[in-house]
Design a protein around this ligand. Structure first.
Ligand SMILES: [Mg+2]
Length: 306
């Protein structure tokens, strides 16, 4: 069964919340949506941190923090800025409406409202949101592997580079002799290998680390680490893990593959993230040249082979 979508209802008057809950229950909405009621703006901001919220019905007139303020805060945060906010209010003056849309409201419903109207607006805004998420997915992800595509990777890597250069490392990863895999088993198996490698790398990383597929069988990671040793051991552990995976190409036959890794650490002579990754790429080249299935760590101009 498809998971219910979560709608956060924010109103300082419990009776208003009850009206909305009753409406949803009456017109089939009770089965479609999970209604989460809160009685203040502060509680709304806490709720969005705790739970995945798909849409917010937000009262404007509330003591302490009004709906506009709540909406502004939601729109200023990366994690909540795309949640559609529908204001529900009895204010029908032009200024209130202009203000609501100017701070990022998706819609504006005036009280008293018809049940069908509110439900229709909720439904269409959830649909729009779903379309938006899908477009965002295609724009940011490599659909074969589910990791960031080249463009998004470089965007996020640049952001990390600009904000947290200390102990920043760039890693380039390439599947060894990938052409042989494609030539021997065909592209379908080649794709399977790429997917499997991507999944294993991704599962080894935490949320702060940025992974992208930047070429056919090539991946890059930007991450912070406490020490050179730590990063080297970490990347080596990924390499070893991949060395042992068995990729089933039918009921009985398996394909194995290995990867080569190049690591570089940020230093003052690197004005952009491209320089860091270029340096990692040189280390990767050396890993390939010196026999593959290994990790080469480049600290400065001179290589340190581990
Ligand atoms: Mg109110």
């Amino acid at each position: 069964m498809e998971q219910k979508q979560n709608i956060l209802v924010v109103d300082d008057e419990k009776s208003n919340i009850d009206i909305i809950i009753n409406l949803f229950n009456k017109i089939n909405g009770g089965e479609l949506y999970n209604i989460i009621p809160v009685l203040s703006g502060e509680k709304a901001l806490k709720a969005v941190e705790k739970k995945q919220i798909d849409l917010i019905l937000l009262d404007i007139m509330m003591p302490d923090m009004d709906g506009y303020e709540v909406c502004k805060i939601l729109k200023s945060k990366e994690s909540t800025k795309n949640i559609p906010v529908l204001f529900i209010t009895s204010s029908t003056d032009d200024d209130s409406i202009i203000e609501a849309y100017s701070i990022g409201a998706a819609d504006y419903v005036t009280k008293p409202f018809k049940a069908v109207e509110l439900l229709s607006r909720v439904k269409i805004n959830l649909q729009l949101q779903q379309n938006f998420k899908q477009l965002e997915y295609y724009a940011y992800y490599d659909t074969m592997t589910n990791v960031y595509n080249r463009r998004k990777f470089f965007k996020l890597a640049t952001k990390k580079f600009d904000t947290k250069k200390e102990n920043l490392y760039g890693v380039m990863i390439d599947i060894d002799k990938f052409k042989n895999i494609n030539d021997t088993y065909g592209h379908a198996v080649g794709d399977k290998v790429i997917k499997s490698v991507a999944t294993h790398i991704k599962d080894s990383l935490d949320d702060e680390m940025i992974l992208g597929r930047i070429g056919g069988e090539e991946f890059a990671i930007i991450l912070n680490a406490d020490s050179d040793e730590m990063i080297y051991n970490f990347i080596e552990s990924i390499r070893k893990k991949i060395e042992h995976i068995e990729i089933f190409i039918n009921q009985t036959d398996v394909v194995r593959c290995t990867i080569s890794d190049g690591i570089a650490k940020y230093h003052d002579g690197m004005p952009t993230v491209d320089h860091l990754l270029q340096s990692a790429d040189e280390a990767l080249y050396e890993a390939k040249e010196s026999g593959r299935n290994r990790t080469i760590f480049r600290i400065n101009k001179g290589d340190i082979r581990c």
